[in-house]
Design a protein around this ligand. Sequence first.
Ligand SMILES: NC(=O)c1ccc[n+]([C@@H]2O[C@H](COP(=O)([O-])OP(=O)(O)OC[C@H]3O[C@@H](n4cnc5c(N)ncnc54)[C@H](OP(=O)(O)O)[C@@H]3O)[C@@H](O)[C@H]2O)c1
Length: 257
Amino acid sequence: MNIHIIGGGNLGTALAIGIANFTKGNKITVTRRNINHIRHLEPLGIKLSTDNKAGIEDSELIILSIKPYQVNGVLDEISAFCKGKIVASAVTGLSLEELHHKMNGGCSIIRIMPNIAAQFGESATCLAYATADDKSGDKVSNLFNQVGSAVRIEEKLMDAATVLGACGTAYALRYIRASMQAGIEIGFDAATALTIASQTAKGAAKMALEENVHPEQLIDRVTTPQGCTIVGLNEMEHQGFSSALIRGIKTSLEKIK
Ligand SMILES: NC(=O)c1ccc[n+]([C@@H]2O[C@H](COP(=O)([O-])OP(=O)(O)OC[C@H]3O[C@@H](n4cnc5c(N)ncnc54)[C@H](OP(=O)(O)O)[C@@H]3O)[C@@H](O)[C@H]2O)c1
């Protein structure tokens, strides 16, 4: 596919790099007003432009990766060129209905909620689309499956997907940072503590994904009766570990709504 990514910021560049590195046969253009910030994409074969319409006619898929307040201006520019194409929007809070309305019909509209780990082939992407757009949605889903996992959800869960999947990157990194800080306190230099904490989190995530069992079943394998793991875990729970995470996620969701 020729893929046209509008908004080469944090997410747009992560998607472009991930698609360039982990998929085959796709040509990518990324637009933003100041392309000097993203010159590092060019050696990957990614075209850059300050013109949102440049090459759009040859594109099959247009990905919107701009802030909500930038949408109206951008759609005014491109909507006339999107007939017969797939428009996939990562814009938080912008509904399928609003998008269809703004695009005046004539194109397939897919809502996507990827995360920036797409750059490393590890996005947890959620997608929502109407039955009428099944074929296009499956195509986009297939693309995102190649840069991580892709799950179709009901549109009403899109805000929840934003919190759990996209904001979730920050929550997971904060866990890694806290582990790293503790690691330094118990004797490691910062670099070693970061490596151990990150790889341990990656390993735990891989186990959860591959074994597909409740995390407590895996935790049981690490906890010896009266051992050091369970006392540490219980102390974390006494201090509100799970509760803090759940409350944080729900607070993020309230903010989106
Ligand atoms: N970051 C994430 O982890 C993440 C995850 C999931 C979804 N999202 C959603 O994805 C969208 C983008 O988020 P982001 O974090 O990537 O924001 P961002 O870093 O601010 O990127 C937006 C980019 O759009 C460009 N832009 C602004 N106006 C434009 C225009 N008229 N034409 C073309 N490009 C334009 C900006 O560059 P110039 O100023 O140079 O034009 C900027 O680089 C948001 O709606 C966000 O909610 C983000």
